[in-house]
Design a protein. Structure first.
Length: 537
């Protein structure tokens, strides 16, 4: 039930509790491989012993650059057992990004496979600036390693060999000790290093297990189809662990593989981006292949969330928008009590834990706002981060005096702690003295056959801030910008009407573990340059 308060300790205490409750129960399933909770715990103790032999101890940071593999989960718990910190690296990152995160985090070791898709991971590390990676001493290979015990000037170890030196029996972690670093999306700057403590992750995992219905239902099976390096994928797996239920791991998302996993393993719950669910529904032929699927929480990146929710609801599947961020964790909210498809299509909801507090503030006056009044969403409680590693300036801007996180999101309160998320505040437009959600204008533009996708930003003009729309035109169509702008003038307030439609083949994006994000800041810069140069659409 949403809102239940959860007790929190260390990650390994949580794992030990699951072993005590049902050590022979399956914890992780990947292909034909099944690993029980007792086997996970034993592997964790052995991996911790191997890491300790490499000199890893309390406070040390170890970067993990892996896909969805049981080794990732083992490493998370093993490092926490040593009081060390895992630094999650997005599997899509390349040299500049990996070098930046490993370097800024001060990681002493990096766990990586020989390749990730088309990325030659070892060659990439060899190309990195040695000064940037000055703290990096050891590479731990998951998979076949090159000959020798040294590579690119660093010690080389085999992940498989870590477990050959007995077990690390003692849990040296502490509830308040940092244990995980995630990266922010970096849509406007270099990714920030978001640090979480053990108790925060455990508390939230238990809250998710209860609120999302993973715990207490004997047939619950959770499909993990998001990258584990981001909070959306991480919190999905942790919720299943807190419930003592099995998690089916997809190495990478592919709709056909997801449908096959749902059918084969009787998956009841999964979470992902809206487009993932569309592809699953498209690939489920016949639809009986996903008959066991009951619920899914999604992050929305398009304009037709309602259509997706209705399509799933017609099949008996409850799909609803959730809310979260690296700073406050994913799956922070569940669908509001008593709500239906219309509300499920909206962002936000009710906090999974009653200890999570949400409020909305007017960013200009500083006044806390009442129900229905739009402002910046602030979140407090045990689920929030410790802070950004090595970034006091960002911490000062992000935290309020009483410890709430300024999320940078626009939304409004409903009743109690239930709220609606509207848009990123940085993406929100202040036009004609009003706050305008760009999605409103974008959705209208996308109703025209000649516009497949739209992104609206604000530019400075002689008449003040005005909207400009970047649009992608589908093949076989011609963009008649003047007629579309005329339609806007007839159908919406003057201050919402784009002063220009600019055609583009694609929007600039940045990879995120929780979904590809459009770089609005770049679109704003380019639009401003177009307006300043007087270039016609």
């Amino acid at each position: 039930m949403a809102g239940r308060t959860a007790q929190a300790g260390t990650l390994n205490a949580l794992l030990d509790a699951r072993v005590a409750d049902g050590g022979d129960d399956p914890a992780l399933i990947q292909g034909d491989t099944r690993i029980t909770y007792a086997e996970v715990a034993a592997r964790v103790r052995r991996v911790a012993a191997g890491l300790a032999r490499l000199g890893i101890g309390p406070g040390d940071r170890v970067a993990v650059w892996l896909g969805n593999d049981p080794a990732w989960i083992e490493l998370e718990f093993a490092l926490a057992r040593l009081g060390a910190v895992a630094v999650a690296i997005n599997t899509k990152y390349r040299r500049h990004e990996v070098e930046d995160i490993v370097g800024r985090s001060g990681a002493r070791a990096l766990v990586l496979p020989p390749t990730l898709g088309e990325i030659d991971c070892l060659a990439l590390i060899a190309d990195c600036d040695d000064e940037a990676l000055a703290a990096l001493e050891t590479l731990v290979l998951v998979g076949e390693a090159p000959a020798g015990d040294c590579y690119a000037g660093r010690s080389l170890a085999s992940y498989a060999a870590l477990g050959a030196h007995g077990e690390h029996a003692r849990d040296e972690g502490a509830p308040d000790a940092p244990c995980m670093i995630f990266t922010s999306s970096g849509t406007t700057s270099a990714p920030k290093l978001v640090t979480h403590r053990q108790a925060a992750l455990v508390h939230h995992a238990l809250a998710v297990a209860d609120a999302f219905g993973y715990r207490g239902v004997a047939d619950t099976v959770v499909l993990a189809m998001l990258p584990y390096c981001g909070v959306f994928g991480f919190n999905t797996v942790m919720g299943a662990f807190a419930a003592g239920r099995p998690t089916v791991l997809l190495p990478a998302f592919e709709a056909g593989a997801a449908v096959a996993a749902i059918e084969c393993h009787g998956v009841t719950h999964t979470n992902g981006a809206d487009e993932m669910f569309r592809r699953i529904l498209d690939a489920a032929e016949p639809v009986s292949r996903i008959a066991t699927l009951r619920e899914g929480a999604f992050a929305n990146f398009s304009a037709d969330a309602a259509a997706l929710v209705d399509r799933a609801h017609a099949l008996g599947i409850k799909l609803f928008q959730t809310y979260g961020a690296s700073e406050v964790q994913a799956l922070m909210v569940y669908a509001a009590a008593g709500s239906g498809p219309e509300r499920w299509a909206l962002g936000g909801g009710t906090p999974a834990s009653s200890d999570t507090r949400v409020r909305v503030r007017d960013t200009e006056s500083g006044r806390l706002l009442g129900p229905g009044e739009s402002g910046e969403i602030e979140v407090g409680g045990p689920n929030v981060m410790v802070g950004y590693l090595g970034n006091d300036e960002a911490n000062a801007k992000t935290f309020t005096d009483d410890g709430f996180v300024r999320t940078g999101d626009l939304g409004y309160m409903e009743s109690g702690d239930t709220f609606v998320y509207l848009a990123r505040l940085g993406d929100t437009l202040r036009l004609g003295g009003f706050l305008v959600n760009p999605r409103e204008i974008e959705a209208y533009l996308e109703s025209f056959d000649a516009i497949d996708q739209a992104q609206v930003v604000a530019v400075d003009t002689e008449r003040g801030p005005r909207p400009v729309a970047w649009v992608i035109v589908p093949a076989g169509h011609h963009l008649d910008a003047d007629s579309i702008i005329a339609a806007c003038q007839a159908d919406m307030a003057k201050y919402k009407v784009p002063v220009r439609l600019i055609e583009t083949e694609a929007f600039p994006t940045t990879p995120s573990a929780n979904g590809v994000k459009i770089q609005k800041a770049k679109l704003r810069e380019r639009a401003q340059a177009e307006i300043d140069a007087g270039v016609s659409s």
